[in-house]
Design a protein around this ligand. Sequence first.
Ligand SMILES: [Zn+2]
Length: 390
Amino acid sequence: MTYDIVIKNGTVIDPSQGLHARKDIAVAGGKVAAIEDSIPDKDTHDVIEADGLIVTPGLVDLHVHVWWGVAHLAVEADPACVYRGVTTAIDAGSSGANTIAGFNRYVMEQAHTRIMAFLHISGMGQLDNEIGELQDIRWARVDKAVEAAKLHADRIVGIKVRLTDNIVGDNDVVAIKRASEAAKEIGKPLMIHIGGTVHPLEELLPVLRSGDIITHSFTGNTNGILDSNNRVKDVARDAAQRGVIFDVGHGAGSFSFDVQEKAIVDGFWPGTVSSDVHRYNIRGPVYDLMTALSKYLYLGLTLDEVIALGTTKPARAVGLNEHIGTLQVGADADISIIELREGPVTLTDARGATRQGRQLLVPVETLRAGRRFSPQHSVHPHLTGHGHSH
Ligand SMILES: [Zn+2]
């Protein structure tokens, strides 16, 4: 059999099939054609030697911002995503009903990264860092959001709303209700962003239904998931129990090692790990999804568990797990080849707190529908302690 590419001798980890073994993977016509102990590569067009490397489904980042040039915080999609192991990136509310058509034409259709989106309940999406998108609640129009989400149903995976006071003022309760109504009407999940809200979680989380997603779950800002005794609040436990997904959404202000560590003591782990990569954190502390995932290696999860949090689980959260986040034969050949680099690594959270880790996931090469993408740089020097020098 003549394949387009054979990836040889990698340690294949695919949580969707419970697979962790040394395997070869063949790619043909942009699809996964075979996974076998040994696949002959004699006549193959292209061979990637992955001895000593990890081979996983292409990573799925549940929270990014890539409406470049329009959303104030957005970064260019491909350098932040497919070049760094993320084959499917889900934009979390950079666009709303007023701007989704442009986002689709000028970014989603152009990028090599597969881009899906949570549509913001605010028609403007996230245009400005100082004027919040829901300070004027008239921007939250359920009918407009539903209409736009239906028109772009192939790209929209749900509805987004941000609830922090400098974004929505004291409109948080109204905003979440309108966003939930829109999500219900299109039959897709709602993603909310918590932390620094005017109203407590007790007035917000009860709106969420099974399958809805909380991002910034481990924020160190006010009105987070911990009570004054550092226990996970009942309202958060109740939400988790009824199937609400707690996503990391690291970001520039929204992941606290301290909060996550205390939640772990209380038995509370995330359901998905996403980066919330954007202009204000891509040069640290986020860098990319692999760095965010590495923090969970430091926190004690196994490699297989960590890979699941960045592949199978986010794919399932948006109902795409049959097509993405998997290396099943026949799926798109979205594949991440990763080095698990051993050695001291300085991991920094969104509040500037650091932890000394021993392992870092580093992108080596990514296939998106069988096309190869190599990272433009490997590891930021801040992570491995070489300061600003090159
Ligand atoms: Zn965000």
